[in-house]
Design a protein around this ligand. Sequence first.
Ligand SMILES: N[C@@H](CCC(=O)N[C@@H](CS)C(=O)NCC(=O)O)C(=O)O
Length: 220
Amino acid sequence: MSKSHQLELVSFKICPFVQRSIIALNQKGIDYTLTHINPQETPDWFKAISPLGKVPVLVVDGTPVFESAVILEYLDEVYPPALHPADPLEKARQRAWVEFCSELLGRQHRMLTAKDEAGFNEARESLQQGLQRLDTVLAEQAPYFAGEQFHLVDCVYAPLFMRLAMLKQSYALEIALSTRMQAWSDALLALDAVKTSVVEEFPMVFANFLKAQDGYILKR
Ligand SMILES: N[C@@H](CCC(=O)N[C@@H](CS)C(=O)NCC(=O)O)C(=O)O
């Protein structure tokens, strides 16, 4: 195991998949550099290292690693403390719920970009249903996904909750959360690793993103 790798994370400022990687890096206290690129004008060097044209890409000593779930697994294997549980079945279960989060982020994105009321309501409803399903698998003990201990799966849900909190506070859009899920969200958003996982101007970047979408959310 080596802690001396040079790590560069290639990012869009608004991307929740980048943000989950930053939360893992922060939580583990790993040194890295962050390179923000413009989603509208991605440079050729980025196209060369990102086969799907997506962020995040983690460049490890010159080797690009793409797909955020893979990046998280890599970081967890190389940098202690391990944030995945040791038990294979529990680890598999949490990995599955990491995938589920990516699906929920897709529904959230659809809601934020829907052009009309019907599309907005459909996406909002499917996000709400997904959260209700997620609620049934949370540990009884608060605050995190599996109880007292913070895991990799928690890194992944924090960006979703950060956006839900911002939508409630600044855009009067409330997605109902159970008491247990609200406690999870509150605990995640209070962590330094999460607070420092976005740029200072994130609310403005988010507002600009919404304006550029010209979606139903700003016309309600
Ligand atoms: N499955 C990918 C999803 C990453 C993703 O969708 N990134 C978005 C930004 S949030 C992106 O780069 N989109 C650019 C594009 O699709 O052209 C992961 O987990 O890393």
